[in-house]
Design a binder for this molecule. Structure first.
Ligand code: HEC
Length: 151
């Protein structure tokens, strides 16, 4: 019994350890499953909801011609937003995930800067349009499941 528990523990650590990655879920074979502790998963999903708020905020700002507002809303998803993620989380995420995530934060910062300086709604929309390729690409590749308790 102890051996089985130990084996399962080792297996869990193996799958969730270095990269935080596990094999594809049979119900959802296209996407790679990332296993994260519940708090880390919540933190990532919270960051995602802020991404969505930024997208909505930039669209709204651009539509009503308030580029200050668009800039402010984009800034919320800039590199500064990463400070809210738990320590050590980055090391558990696959390289491709991190690269896409960082690029998305950087693009929001660029959008914020350009919107504030140039006040051009078309440019903001073009930048948002390109940036959202990252949302689509990453969502097509990954999902995040809570790590089983005790893992
Ligand atoms: C680096 C990868 C990555 C990028 C880039 C990314 N996402 Fe996500 N997002 C995910 C993953 C993984 C999930 C969890 C999906 C699942 O488990 O089914 C998620 C979930 C979400 C959710 C659901 C949050 C919740 O509370 O359940 C929203 C909303 C979301 N993303 C919006 C966005 C938007 C908008 C963008 C682009 C501006 C974006 N994401 C960019 C990986 C990413």
């Amino acid at each position: 019994m102890t051996r089985i528990v130990l084996f399962l523990a080792v297996l869990t650590v193996f799958y969730s350890g270095v990269s935080g990655a596990a094999p594809a879920n049979p119900d959802d074979p296209e996407r790679q499953v990332l296993l994260l502790p519940p708090e880390a998963r919540s933190a990532v999903l919270r960051e995602m909801r802020i991404f969505l708020q930024s997208v909505a905020g930039v669209l709204h700002g651009a539509r009503i011609g308030d580029l200050e507002q668009a800039a402010e809303q984009a800034k919320r998803s800039g590199m500064g937003a990463r400070a809210m993620l738990p320590q050590g989380l980055m090391g558990r995420l696959p390289q491709a995930f991190r690269t896409l995530g960082m690029d998305t934060h950087r693009r929001f910062d660029q959008l914020a800067m350009d919107a504030a300086q140039m006040g051009d709604p078309d440019l903001a929309l073009e930048q948002l349009d390109r940036l959202m390729d990252n949302c689509v690409a990453c969502h097509a590749m990954y999902r995040i499941d809570p790590e089983p308790a005790g893992g």
